[in-house]
Ligand binder design. Structure first.
Ligand SMILES: Cc1ncc(COP(=O)(O)O)c(C=O)c1O
Length: 449
């Protein structure tokens, strides 16, 4: 029988962490993953990366993928278009983002974000402003693992090292977190400083997550920051790009997180939930004026990855969107989210290692703090994030944690992102197992401190 866990020295796979034994998952159903040995793990993070928003094994999506594969699975969208690509773009504009004008289909978040950077640049070049190339972004972010998207993050120690030499010199501002800058004014001051230093006429775009995912789950700067950003866009003429790879398609209780904020982005990327884990899928959305700049300029936006807009991924995207609409899942996330947050807060109350508890829709996050003072980040070398994930497994729970402490913007953060289809009983069970996990983590951390 195949091994229930597999370590690097037992496999031909080049694993992500070479010192870990990976549970060997055989099947998934709803919010449960099952190892080859029959152990069940409650999936509180939609497959671990906030992707499987409909849960595992949904027959309608599987059937749609099979039907499309039978008809035609692949051709390159450089040469052709197809009904699935046309329908996906139409449905995204109709349902997800009526304020947007065009959709460029991509295969993953990093690809979509790189395309957004290039689209912003092409917008300025086609309008006769080739000096605009710089991107400004908040430092604690995560926007992908390619060298271009890694440069959008300012997390030097936890993400960019030792590849920093390969990255373009984008500019960063300290994030407007509740700890560093609760009003948003400090971040705006920094933005002004960076704009002045770089020369506002050299700036192409401000790039950020409207609501953070892994970097600081469920956090969004105060409204004043977004209003100030919109004022500066108006004054200086750069574009605002929102990375909604995680938050897009309903995760925070609205089709886009942007719909909850006092600013309208020019370009938005969506991913993860749009393919729901049934096929790699993402997209770049832009407003009319961005499209018009290219239509009246070079009349091309010539970049493409092999799978962009192919029939099979697009058919999956259409099926996922239709499923979300038919089952009113965005309403479900919006209506159930506040209670889920209240449950999480109540269940973790009195656990000293739990700091801030945040939530928007079905995106929830917990900051870890030193249990001795309830405030400070935990020591870097403890890597409490990994401890949470490991102890979560021992409790049969999949959560996802980030260790960004070395950069100083945020400490260890734990993320929950249940499938939109999770039942009340399943959500209750996730919260219960999470509280038990955190109690055990606190015990382990105290023993090490
Ligand atoms: C906010 C955000 N942007 C971009 C990405 C990159 O997406 P991908 O891993 O599909 O390239 C991620 C992945 O976790 C993400 O969380």
């Amino acid at each position: 029988m195949a091994a229930p866990t597999i370590r690097a020295d037992q496999t031909s796979v080049f694993p992500r962490f070479l010192d870990l034994a990976y549970p060997n998952i055989e099947r998934g159903h709803g919010v449960w993953l099952e190892t080859i040995a029959g152990e069940r793990i409650l999936d509180a993070t939609s497959g671990g990366a906030m992707v499987a928003c409909l849960g595992h094994g949904v027959p309608e999506i599987i059937d749609a993928a099979a039907r499309q594969a039978e008809q035609v699975a692949y051709f390159y969208n450089h040469h052709f278009t197809s009904e699935p690509q046309e329908e996906l773009a139409d449905r995204i504009i109709e349902v997800v983002a009526p304020e947007m004008a065009r959709v460029k289909v991509a295969s993953g978040g990093s690809e979509a974000n790189e395309s957004a950077v290039r689209l912003a640049r092409a917008y300025h070049v086609d309008r006769g402003r080739p000096e605009r190339w710089r991107i400004i972004s908040p430092a604690q972010a995560y926007h992908g693992s390619t060298l271009g998207t890694l440069a959008l993050s300012g997390r030097r120690r936890s993400l960019q090292d030792p590849y920093v030499e390969y990255m373009p010199g984008y500019l960063h501002i300290p994030p407007s977190t509740s700890r560093l800058d609760p009003t948003g004014e400090q971040a705006l001051k920094e933005l002004d400083r960076v704009l002045k230093e770089a020369g506002p006429d050299t700036v192409s775009a401000f790039f950020c997550e409207p609501v953070s995912a892994a970097a600081m789950p469920a956090y969004s700067p105060p409204d004043r920051f977004w209003e100030g950003l919109a004022e500066r866009r108006e004054k200086h003429g750069f574009l605002v790009c929102f990375d909604e790879i995680v938050t897009g398609v309903g995760r925070v209780g609205s089709w886009l997180a942007a719909h909850q904020l006092p600013i309208e982005p020019d370009i938005v990327t969506i991913g993860k939930g749009i393919g729901a884990g049934y096929w790699p899928l993402a997209a770049v959305l832009c407003r009319e004026h961005v499209y018009v700049a290219l239509a009246e300029g070079s009349a091309e936006f010539d970049l493409g990855h092999t799978w962009d807009g192919a029939p099979l991924p697009c058919a999956v995207g259409v099926a996922v969107l239709n499923y979300i609409v038919r089952h009113q899942l965005v309403d479900r996330v919006r209506d159930r989210g506040p209670e889920l947050l209240a449950q999480l807060k109540a269940a973790t109350k009195g656990i000293d290692i739990v700091g801030e508890v945040r939530g928007r829709g079905f995106l929830l996050g917990v900051s870890l703090v030193d249990p001795r003072d309830g405030k400070a980040f935990l020591p870097d070398e403890l890597d409490a994030a990994t401890l949470v994930d490991d102890i979560g497994f021992e409790h049969g729970l999949l959560v996802s944690s980030t260790h960004s402490t070395p950069d100083g913007y945020a400490g260890d953060e734990v993320l929950l992102a249940p499938a939109f289809t999770s039942t009340d009983d399943e959500l209750n069970e996730m919260i219960e197992r999470f509280a038990d996990t955190m109690l055990a983590v606190e015990k382990a951390v105290r023993a090490k401190l």
